[in-house]
Design a protein. Structure first.
Length: 191
């Protein structure tokens, strides 16, 4: 599969909810962009999920992150740690995300926390932050078939129990993908 050189790094907050994480992974497999994350990002989403979901175990979440790393073999960014100290963001705990983005040449940080990644802090590095709905909407403009295919593939995996189209679209809507849901609804006959 050919991959675009366009690179996006996923912040922990978009990997926290399983439905959004899965959709972003299917999109990452489309070849339209290079999906990236780091061990620190993995640790952050897993730590927060374990705090809020006592029904989950560390082993289950480690399995999920391992599957992500295997699904997109070059998805894991390494060697960014030395950049962290020289970066300045409103939340100093987010510097690792920007450092990983710089290290892998990402153009976009996909995050719900855009205010934590202000334009003036990111612009010198050629990086911008985008809400996941904006990110997917931009992909839709670039290649609607790739986004529809990712949705088809995700929905096909939801078999226990099977998810009807309206329920699937509602799941994406509840993840904050308002524009994405509207766009996908126009393809409901093939989803």
């Amino acid at each position: 599969m050919r991959h675009s050189p366009f690179t996006a790094i996923y912040d922990a907050c978009v990997l926290y909810p399983a439905p959004l994480r899965d959709f972003l992974m299917w999109l990452g497999l489309s070849g339209r962009f290079r999906a990236r994350w780091s061990r620190d990002i993995h640790e952050e989403w897993k730590r927060n999920l374990l705090l809020n979901r006592q029904d989950l175990t560390r082993a289950q979440l480690d399995r999920t992150s391992d599957l992500m790393d295997r699904a997109i073999p070059d998805g894991l960014v390494e060697g960014y740690e030395g950049l962290i100290a020289g970066l300045n963001l409103p939340d100093m705990n987010d510097r690792h995300v920007l450092a990983a983005a710089i290290r892998c040449g990402a153009s976009v940080i996909v995050t719900f926390n855009e205010r934590d990644f202000p334009d003036q802090a990111l612009a010198p590095f050629g990086v911008e932050s985008q809400h996941p709905d904006e990110f997917v909407d931009n992909l839709f403009d670039l290649d609607a078939a790739a986004v529809v295919s990712a949705a088809q593939r995700q929905r096909a995996q939801l078999t226990n129990p099977p998810i009807d189209i309206d329920t699937y679209l509602d799941i994406l809507f509840r993840q904050g993908l308002v524009q994405t849901t509207k766009a996908l609804a126009t393809y409901r006959t093939i989803l």
